[in-house]
Design a protein. Structure first.
Lengths: 1192, 205
């Protein structure tokens, strides 16, 4: 079928043409006809078009797209089958099924004998059927996240954050959540592997053989004082490694430890160390900053080190940590990142031109902050600096003024990303110092000593070239894959006599090594990890190594001759040393026990003391020497910026199915990586955009010098012009079944001269071929009928001052004489003692008085003035339960990190479906993160995220249509799904307006992706072997059904956790008369809520006016998703707030002139017309009035 | 025509009747009494010796499962009592080697049903209601159908099976003279606010 060219000049985008051949066809591709592209189409007059759009196709609003949306279950359509994956269509499937049915007989009438196998001797702490939680931690490039791992019958099944972790506060990011699957990865290496003398192939060996070999290595090393021995690892920070390094310096002083971290903060350390004249690593406390200026720094996304910065930032965003004010975020970046999505002001600049911006800003700041002679050198340099890019002068003026504002003194952060050169960081250090941000104890910026100081890969290669390396031990690192391409590490490694690789999988490096040793996963290991601040976190095993593996530190200890080498002993010894106690002492035993129980030990100074936080401007001036202005970029001279991938990191997670399938939060690409450019640049290059019906991206060749790489390329709204972003971590060759053929290896373009940004000289050549790309951005569209009237009930964004004024008005009317409750939000935050009763049942605005004390606001919409009253009389059972469950999701807190998606997948046994099925829209995630672009400028939009679980509608459209009553409503407000009753008509999914229902089109659990016959083109066909890998079964949560094909599923509000809590409370109450059987607020946390780093999701009892969720729902910012269709969802959202600079009219605000919909710049309309919030629509609060209300 | 119709109706009725009687858990499950690897007699232990159920089924009050006892529990007495009895050879071997004894499972609800023991025994439903008079069984047999309809009967009318929590493990308890099960049950249900779930999510997750 051919797609009509999308409407001629009015749409203006080049959408994918059916004339473009797909990759696998053998006949030469016919060049696609050129499409005339009008020039002004990426911008619209304010107020026109859709306020929120998820893709450029939706922006263009082509007839094909409207048809796609109207097809309420596009995932069912057969014409979406891609041509080359002919596979099994419906007719063929029935034929095959009929054939197999004739072979099946009656299964046998005898009841099968089932055995019960109790323990012979049960361990004391185990209660069969109840999970046990152990404190552990996941080490993370020189830091660690404290975790609680949930273990069912000795199998870890779920990871949660450890609330005792002082930085991460009980949250976990998506890597920690997905790491449990990596534990059970059947493609992990299972045996030591070695290459015999003079042979090319590797054979399996035994640990005994390795032990022998290790003894020889240790002996030889000792005899030579360590000469020729090198150890290569990632960034490690642990008392155990300190022990090993101490041993090395004592017994093997000539041995060298190298560090290879492909995605590294070396530039940051170099810059700050220079500025402070001593080794330094900055730590940012975003909760203390009222103004944050982020320069190419995605601290909420790919530069995050676990959940800590997200949590801190969200505290400031909600005003909790700043005494009620909201922080302000300025972002200058090239790719549209999560941080850019939260920005109040955003400037798009290519990454190599960001330093130019900093120079202008710094000049402006130092003019006012100068203290005379000391920084003369810096000021002189800046005065003579001419920036390359042109940007509004306000960007320097207004930002500088905001930073210099009295109210923000010493309460700001200027941060630059890891890709920026060291000179930038040195200057950033100086600015922070001048702004007073480095105040000890209270400042938003502090410094610690860098955790690991070691020569890097370049030095190692130089040593190899000098023939100095005889034995190389590689610990948990994959340099053959991730080393800079010009080092040619794969060849160099062949020059070393003995290479020993210790890793979890037989990866690219393992294949080249003499010995490969399976390394234990952190959930199987003993150890101690440490954060740069010195906080110690234990690593304790929850299970014996599954695959015959050994802990990495143990193997290294063996190889260097450290005794005792057992990991448990090493961990204890390391901890004892850090505490200054003897391992044999009683004090140590009790400290160790407490350490393992609590999961954290604070108060121990890090091994290297923190440097003094004073910046020497002359050092900074020195660092700036040689800093030249950024390159002039254009279509013919593009920059290429490498970025850490949001799910793959540097490639270590390539075989993790959950991370492969969770789509990049901004670009919504999964199972692949892609080159990203701005729509304008795409238009210049003539790149076609994938569409919902043709999910194919165009292949291009990126050439830099004499290196080139073929990658797909798509346009990402909000990306900077003349810049290309390419994420690392894909295209691995030696990887398990899941990671095969995923993506393109960007490391091939990465050289030591330009590790992060190739500032110009990149050429793009279109190949005229396309590549199928799994893009989830248009999946599950929420149809917005009558769009003109109902704009804005999808997502709402408000100016923070407007919201405050509204909230105050809302409270005043509700409470009469209330005063001072002008906080943004009433529910979060530590001390809300005074805001105790926000339950305005009787006199509330827009509430209904059916149940006194109920703060929920279901307004009767103008279209249905008596609907709620009717539903109340018709369904009295609806509210009969003692507790009513509901959820509040704060769009102002959600940054889009996707931790909730992976947590839900882990908790609820959600399968992965693979790239083909994702292209069909069949991904199974119960909660998805919808990303909307906002505004009238497709090149420079705003962004807002909306996590969307099942809304548990009281008036659920899905319940009414199930022919077998498989989906019903509980008396506590949950929309239930009985899997055993479902026969798979999918009528419920058809009817769901939010598209939250997921159907098991195939037996995704048992017929595994790639874990079956790889030759079969369709992994789920009826003739493939039907078996889940044993180890993957172990990960499944036993409290949740594992669903088979043909069954509908959806978010259940973690009903297993709800019931567990209720059983706990009622069981404890027993038969005590009159006992309170309600689960206290906070007793039930859903999986998504528990892991959300920013605490955006809150679940609880909405019948209780004092519960956190009720307080959030009582805010005026609260609204129901497309609530005017009267589904009465139990999930409500709080609007996203923006805090634009009041002294800056409208330039640089995401979304062009306005983030939501108003025509003029300045204050945004308070409530959009037609939305059901129970408030007067169209009220506009002028800034002046708002200013009166706020006394700040 | 008429004869064919009558024949058809009779066939349909007999199929339905056959299914209704023979294909229901009340027929297929009730009476199942498999032979166990160790000839353990509840009649001796729980009946004659009067041991509390929880001595062996230790986690019934905390866990969804009422666990079958470990060999360690058996050996806590049988290292001294009948220490060399051939009937206990399996137990001694399991204790020595650490291998589990492979008991035949009798009571099993389908895997999509998440039954929780602890809430039942904590709230006043005795072992007897579902498992029958275990203390009179030499060989345990499946006493009640444990079908969904059967469970719902009690969930809808808990007064038929509630008893004071102190008497849950007293399998011989009968309502004291002058009282009926219904009266006692109703009173307990009211006082303790027993609200057994009748929505699907109560058991199906």
């Amino acid at each position: 079928m051919s797609l009509e060219s999308a409407g001629g000049p009015s749409s203006g985008l080049v959408l994918a043409e059916s004339g473009v051949e797909s990759v696998t066809q053998s006949n030469p591709p016919t060049p696609a006809p050129a499409i005339a592209v009008a020039t002004a189409d990426l911008k619209r007059p304010p107020g026109s078009g859709k306020a929120f759009w998820r893709s450029l196709e939706e922006w263009a609003d082509t007839p094909e797209f409207r048809e796609y949306v109207a097809k309420t279950a596009p995932e069912a359509a057969e014409q979406l089958v891609r041509s080359e994956a002919a596979g099994v269509d419906r007719r063929r499937f029935l034929q095959l099924m009929a054939a197999s049915l004739s072979l099946a007989g009656l299964a046998g009438c005898r009841r099968p004998s089932i055995k019960i196998l109790p323990y012979a001797k049960k361990p004391e702490t185990v209660t069969p059927g109840m999970p046990t939680f152990y404190a552990t931690s996941m080490p993370l490039k020189g830091s660690a996240i404290g975790l609680l791992a949930e273990s069912h019958d000795g199998r870890p099944t779920k990871i949660e954050g450890n609330p005792e972790d002082p930085f991460n506060k009980g949250k976990a990011d998506l890597y920690a959540q997905a790491s449990v699957l990596s534990l059970y990865d059947p493609d992990r290496s299972r045996y030591p592997v070695r290459r015999a003398e003079g042979r090319l192939s590797q054979t399996t060996a035994t640990w005994a053989q390795f032990d022998e070999f290790a003894a020889k290595v240790a002996e030889r090393a000792r005899s030579k004082g360590g000469q020729g021995l090198a150890i290569l690892s990632g960034t490690v920070n642990s008392p155990v490694f300190d022990l090993i390094r101490d041993h090395l310096s004592q017994t093997l002083p000539k041995a060298v430890w190298y560090r290879h971290e492909p995605i590294d903060n070396a530039n940051i350390v170099a810059g700050w160390s220079k500025a402070l004249a001593s080794p330094a690593l900055p730590r940012f406390h975003y909760d203390r900053a009222k103004v944050v200026v982020a320069l190419d720094c995605d601290f909420l996304g790919v530069e995050a080190e676990g959940p800590r910065d997200l949590n801190a930032f969200a505290q400031a965003r909600r005003g909790v940590s700043l005494g009620g004010t909201m922080n302000r975020l300025y972002v200058v970046e090239n790719h549209f990142t999560l941080t850019g999505g939260m920005a109040d002001h955003r400037l798009r600049l290519p990454a190599s031109q960001v330093p130019d911006y900093l120079a202008v800003l710094a000049r402006r700041l130092l003019e006012r902050l100068s203290d005379g002679e000391a920084d003369a050198g810096v000021r002189a340099f800046l005065a003579n600096f001419t920036p390359t890019p042109e940007f509004d002068a306000d960007w320097a003026e207004k930002v500088a003024d905001d930073l210099l504002d009295e109210a923000h003194k010493g309460r700001s952060i200027v941060v630059a990303g890891r890709r920026q050169p060291a000179a930038v960081h040195a200057l950033v250090a100086l600015l922070n110092a001048k702004l007073g941000n480095l105040a000890p104890e209270t400042g938003p910026v502090s410094v610690v000593a860098p955790p690991m100081d070691a020569p890097d890969l370049t030095d190692l290669v130089a040593a190899i070239d000098r023939n100095e390396i005889e034995t190389l031990v590689i610990l948990d690192s994959n340099p053959v894959y991730s080393a800079p391409a010009d080092l040619e590490f794969a060849k160099k490694i062949g020059q070393i006599a003995t290479v020993i690789h210790i890793g979890e999988e037989l990866d690219e490096t393992g294949k080249k090594a003499l010995w490969h040793l399976p390394m234990a996963h952190y959930l199987e290991s003993w150890g101690v990890s440490r954060t740069p601040e010195g906080v110690l976190l234990p690593i304790q095993p929850l299970i014996e190594p599954l695959f015959n593996a050994r802990v990495g530190t143990e193997l290294v200890a063996k190889l260097v001759g450290l005794e005792p080498s057992h990991a448990h002993e090493l961990a204890r010894a390391g901890f004892a040393k850090a505490l200054g106690l003897s391992v044999d002492s009683k004090e140590f035993e009790s400290a160790w026990r407490e350490f393992l129980h609590l999961g954290v030990k604070t108060g121990i100074a890090p091994p290297k003391p923190a440097p003094a936080a004073t910046v020497d401007p002359s050092n900074v001036a020195d660092a700036l020497k040689g800093w030249s202005r950024g390159p002039e970029l254009s279509r013919l001279n593009l920059e290429l910026a490498f970025q850490r991938d949001a799910s793959m990191d540097d490639g270590r997670w390539a075989n993790n199915g959950w991370l492969q399938e969770v789509s990049d939060p901004v670009t919504k690409v999964c199972w692949d990586n892609c080159a990203y450019v701005s729509p304008a640049t795409a238009r210049e290059l003539g790149i076609r955009t994938p569409t919902s019906t043709r999910q194919e991206a165009e292949l291009v060749t990126l050439s830099v010098g004499d290196r080139s790489l073929t990658v797909p390329m798509i346009a990402v709204p909000g990306h900077a012009d003349s810049s290309i972003t390419l994420t690392l971590g894909y295209g691995r060759t030696e990887v398990g079944r899941v990671g095969q053929d995923t993506g393109f290896n960007a490391f091939l373009l990465r050289t030591t001269e330009a590790l992060d940004i190739i500032a110009g000289g990149v050429r793009v050549e279109r190949l005229g071929r396309s590549y199928p790309l799994a893009l989830t951005q248009d999946h599950h569209p929420i149809e917005d009928p009558g769009i003109a009237k109902r704009i804005g009930t999808l997502v709402q964004i408000e100016d923070y001052r407007t919201a405050q004024a509204k909230e105050k008005a809302h409270h005043d009317t509700a409470h009469g004489q209330e005063d001072g409750h002008d906080q943004i939000e009433g529910g979060h935050g530590a001390d809300q003692a005074t805001s105790g009763d926000h339950g305005h049942g009787q006199a509330g605005i827009g509430t209904l008085n059916f149940d006194a004390g109920l703060p929920f606001r279901y307004g009767n919409s103008p279209e249905h003035p008596k609907f709620f009253d009717d539903i109340q009389t018709q369904n009295p059972d609806l509210w009969s339960g003692e507790q009513q469950w509901g959820m509040a999701i704060d769009l102002n807190s959600c940054v889009g990190c996707n931790a909730c998606v992976v947590a839900c997948q882990a908790e609820n046994n959600i399968p992965i479906v693979g790239k083909d099925e994702v292209i069909r829209g069949r991904e199974m995630h119960w909660i998805r993160n919808d990303r909307y672009f906002t505004g009238t400028d497709a090149d420079d939009p705003g962004m807002v995220f909306q996590p969307l679980p099942c809304q548990h509608c009281e008036n659920a459209p899905c319940e009414a249509v199930c022919p077998v009553n498989a989906t019903v409503h509980s008396d506590e407000g949950l929309n239930l799904q009985a899997y055993n009753r479902c026969i798979g008509t999918r009528y419920c999914a058809n009817n769901c307006p939010y598209k939250v229902r997921r159907f098991n089109w195939f037996n995704y659990n048992e017929r595994q992706l790639g874990y079956t016959n790889l030759r079969w083109p369709k992994p789920y066909g009826p003739l493939t072997p039907r078996a889940m890998e044993e180890t993957l079964k172990m990960q499944k949560n036993p409290d949740v059904t594992v669903r088979i094909r043909g069954v509908m599923e959806k978010c259940s509000f973690c009903i297993q956790r709800i019931e567990r809590a209720k059983i706990g409370v009622r069981g404890a109450a027993g038969q005590t008369p009159g006992a309170d059987l309600r689960v206290p607020d906070g007793g039930i946390v859903t999986a998504c809520q528990q892991t959300c780093p920013t605490e955006a999701i809150v679940f609880g009892d909405i019948k209780d006016p004092n519960s956190k969720v009720s307080k959030l729902k009582s805010l005026s910012r609260d609204y129901l998703l497309v609530g005017d269709i009267n589904t009465r969802p139990r999930v409500s959202y709080q609007t996203k707030l923006t805090n634009p600079n009041p002294n800056w009219s409208n330039a640089g605000r995401p979304g062009g002139s306005s983030p939501s919909r108003s025509g003029e710049g300045g204050p945004v309309d308070a409530a959009p017309a037609g939305s059901v919030t129970g408030l007067e629509s169209g009220a506009t609060v002028r800034t002046a009035d708002a200013a009166e209300v706020i006394q700040r | 025509m008429a004869a064919a119709l009558v024949g058809l109706i009779l066939t349909a009725l007999s199929v339905v009747g056959f299914t209704y009687y023979y294909a229901m858990p009340s027929y297929t499950r009730v009476g199942y009494a498999p032979t166990q690897p160790v000839a353990f007699s509840h009649k001796i232990h729980a009946g004659q010796l009067g041991m509390d159920c929880r001595y062996c089924h230790t986690h019934v009050e905390e866990s969804p499962h009422s666990n079958v006892p470990t060999s360690q529990v058996c050996q806590s007495c049988h290292t001294q009592i009948k220490a060399n009895s051939p009937l206990l050879a399996e137990v001694r071997q399991s204790w020595a080697t650490g291998e589990a004894i492979e008991w035949e499972r009798i009571h099993k609800v389908p895997e999509y049903v998440y039954f929780n023991h602890s809430i039942h025994v904590k709230r006043g439903v005795s072992c007897v209601s579902c498992h029958g008079k275990i203390n009179e069984m030499t060989v345990v047999y499946h006493d009640q159908p444990l079908s969904m309809g059967w469970c719902l009967e009690c969930h809808r009318n808990p007064e038929n099976h509630l008893r004071p929590v102190g008497e849950v493990y007293n399998l011989d308890w009968v309502p004291p003279t002058g009282e009926t099960q219904q009266n006692i049950g109703k009173e307990l249900a009211e006082l303790a606010r027993i609200n057994a779930p009748q929505h699907c999510g109560g058991c199906h997750r």
